[in-house]
Write a protein that binds this ligand. Sequence first.
Ligand code: IPM
Ligand code: MG
Length: 364
Amino acid sequence: MKFNLAVLPGDGIGPEVAAEGVKVLQAVGNKFKHTFNLHYRLIGGVAIDSEGTALSADTIKVCKKSDAVLLGAVGGPKWDDPKAKVRPEDGLLAIRKELGLFANLRPVKVFPMLVDATNLKPDVIEGVDLIVVRELTGGLYFGRPKRQWETSRGRRAVDTMSYSEQEIERIVRVGFELARTRRKKLISVDKANVLQTSRLWRQIAVEVSKYYPDIELEHMLVDSCAMRLIQNPKYFDVVVTENTFGDILTDEASMLAGSMGMLPSASLAGVPKEGDNIFGMYEPIHGSAPRRAGMNMANPIATILSTAMLLRYSLGLKREARTIEDAVDNVLQQGYRTYDVMSEGKTKVGTKEMGDLVAKEVGG
Ligand code: IPM
Ligand code: MG
């Protein structure tokens, strides 16, 4: 089959890891006789420099016409001035909104062979396999008013946390649907003891749960969730939460896997149900790591695993997705590691070598 993919490498290590993701996709294409037509565009700092905006209308157009989008990372010190009119991150927020990518899936799976690469106790993290569903186009990130101003008594700023019934319902449904394909348990995370948005969230989660009698729904306060994620991460299966809570909890959860360099993500424009292909954007959860850029050091596995999610959710190619995931498993099993997950007795490799190893393992 033929597919159109938009590729947005972005800044810092983004282009390096995106190149390895593409390499592995091409290997899958050869093996299973698919053609991936790639459309490269700019986003983030590189787009500010050459197009004057962090996300151009042309980039949006190309993404909308594609079957899925693969993204590297955005941001860097060059564009970090707090007074700057436009920031690379604006491009990321804008593309999420423009493409309607309200459901951000962040799976955290602890690889048995990497247990010694984390600083948590092996018996706490061994066997961890959870997924956080983060609402991505609402809440504090997008609510209005959002501004900073001068008053007679000094500066003041406001951000707004706002959610509609529809926004909550569709994301909670994503949580229930995923729970159905897994261990049938959904934890909805909120701050209902303080926030109105969370009280609405909780009511709607209960209402939607009537359609999913086979799933056990539990509510958890976000502060307590942060604690329990470290105390007993195996307790978690599917977690659904709003934008800001999800941002914070997923960085925390990523440490269970040893390195952010291992974790993929999918941002979807619909509720993933068995048999449906959904438009989405796929990216590693790590950032642009400017200090590592251009050094052939970055771990490309998060991006490579993101391409597996792309095949599964947007193109309906489950077998192909599995092939990539198995290839990553095998390469790790053979003892190859990038610097971030390196441990004694293993073979250290760079970004390109890791991509080559996984592509070779895929075959094709
Ligand atoms: C993430 C990142 C982004 C976010 C930043 C770069 C705007 O932290 O994807 O988690 O806050 O959503
Ligand atoms: Mg984040």
